[in-house]
Design a protein around this ligand. Structure first.
Ligand code: DC
Length: 236
């Protein structure tokens, strides 16, 4: 039987969003990149002038926010439209300013609790591909299929660097690599829901895989999901 809830976790720029987006379209499922919720929360805190290091204020702000994630409303390359209290912030949440503050915001337990609850409500109906850092371990630990997508830090930095250059941002490869390493460290060392593969996740290393090879590998996993997990997929 085809998996109905699919959890995809992994570090920044590992290819997990590309895989998740493609898979959701292929299956006709809902796609939710949960990082956008943490980014939207961070954008709101900055927009309202809340000090990012003030955990209590950030948490209380996030609890009261209306964050909507819907399929793209504009065909400008976005994977989804994100609104905070009605304002379209789909691109603003990708800015270096948000990028530099999102890891500390996502480490606050109260922020995680609030956003995790919203994710679970979305997952409840099934037919969903959810992408993040703790989907298979915390958000939907009973997901039908769990993937942990990874790639070397150098490969991830080179992908992100190309993306940033393509969008006209002037930043060096060394800066991008340092940023990736720093976020990896914060995401995997935080107390609340650190980044790690679930015991029963299938590891997909995309370092040397082309986009086509990546999709092919993942589609095979989905089609033969239960068989694969029983025989060879478990990543301890
Ligand atoms: O995947 P991303 O780069 O858009 O994620 C932004 C931040 O949110 C990143 O620092 C990790 C965090 N995050 C998280 O802690 N848990 C999730 N389920 C998704 C993202």
């Amino acid at each position: 039987m085809r998996p109905s809830t699919i959890a995809i976790d992994g570090p920044a720029a590992s290819g997990k969003s590309t895989i998740g987006f493609h898979l959701a379209r292929h299956l006709g499922y809902l796609y939710l990149d949960t990082g956008v919720l943490y980014r939207a929360a961070t954008w709101a805190a900055q927009a309202q002038g809340v000090d990012i290091s003030d955990e209590a204020s950030v948490t209380s702000l996030v609890r009261g926010l209306a964050i909507d994630v819907v399929p793209p409303t504009i065909a400008d390359g976005r994977q989804c439209t994100v609104r905070v209290d009605g304002i379209d912030v789909s691109w603003e949440i990708r800015s270096p300013r948000v990028e530099s503050a999102v890891s500390p915001v996502s480490a606050y337990p109260g922020v995680r609790e609030s956003l995790t609850q919203r994710m679970r409500e979305i997952a409840r109906n099934g037919r969903v591909v959810m992408v993040g850092r703790d989907i298979g371990t915390v958000v939907i630990p009973d997901a039908d299929l769990k993937l942990y997508v990874t790639a070397s830090p150098e490969e991830r930095a080179s992908r992100r660097h190309l993306e940033l250059q393509a969008s006209g941002k002037s930043v060096t490869y060394a800066q991008v690599l340092a940023g990736i390493r720093e976020r990896d460290h914060i995401d995997s060392h935080r107390k609340a829901a650190p980044l790690r593969p679930a015991q029963d996740a299938v590891l997909v290393d995309t370092t040397a895989l082309s986009m086509e090879a990546m999709f092919c590998e993942v589609e095979k996993l989905v089609n033969g999901c239960s068989e694969h997990q029983q025989h060879q997929g478990a990543y301890a």
